[in-house]
Design a protein around this ligand. Structure first.
Ligand SMILES: [Zn+2]
Length: 220
């Protein structure tokens, strides 16, 4: 049945449109993995891959088209990043994944919450591998209007994001029911790092210190 469906509605590579898997072998080989961690306010950032043409296209499809195959692929890159951190240790759990929120305006225009859906898919994929519960919670919210970051320089981006997030629940409210022992921020891409910096600040202000940030892609 699956084969007939594939024959009638063949899938295409999200990047080069070749008939076949969501990311064809040729495009996949151009997505460079195994990057070393970066640090932001002493919190390690773990990238899945370098942000090149192929990955850019996959992120665009997940973010703007709500494409499930694209999102699953990005979650796979995040799993790889998580496994690189935890390769040599028996990792503790339960694990809480917190997405960096998009602006309310972007969520309304899209009709879905891209970063939350990505964190949720990561929780699904990690949950199959980890001997612990893995939860995705929309713990951060934007508490005021933020300008579109794309038109701003680095300094303006930092000012734009400073104090923009707050926590939906406190550390205490979350730790008690779930017994969280590891917390990771999750995002598709880091550019200036101003959203991540604000996410780290808001979490710390609420009593959480993130173990790290999992990113599908980094541009530098
Ligand atoms: Zn391709």
């Amino acid at each position: 049945m699956h084969d007939i469906f594939e024959l009638l509605f063949p899938s295409h590579c999200l990047s080069c449109s070749k008939v076949g898997p969501a990311v064809c072998a040729s495009c996949n080989s151009k997505i460079i993995r195994h990057l070393s961690p970066r640090y932001l306010d002493e919190v390690p950032l773990w990238p899945g891959a370098f942000y090149g043409t192929e990955l850019a296209q996959v992120i665009l499809m997940a973010k703007e088209q709500n494409n499930t195959a694209a999102r699953n692929f990005l979650a796979g890159l995040l799993v790889e990043a998580f496994m690189r951190i935890n390769a040599n240790s028996t990792f503790a759990g339960p694990i809480l994944l917190v997405p960096i929120p998009s602006s309310k305006r972007a969520n309304r225009a899209r009709g879905y919450r891209h970063s939350y859906l990505l964190a949720k898919e990561l929780a699904n994929q990690l949950g199959r591998l980890a001997p612990h519960k893995v939860l995705a919670k929309d713990l951060l919210r934007t508490n005021r209007v933020v300008a579109d970051q794309s038109a701003l320089n680095r300094q303006e981006r930092l000012a734009n994001m400073n104090g923009a997030y707050s926590l939906v629940r406190t550390a205490r409210e979350l730790r008690q029911p779930f017994g969280i022992s590891q917390l990771y921020l999750v995002d598709d891409l880091v550019t200036s790092g101003s959203s991540l910096r604000e996410g780290i600040r808001a979490l710390k202000a609420g009593g959480f210190t993130p173990n790290g940030v999992l990113l599908a892609g980094v541009s530098t």
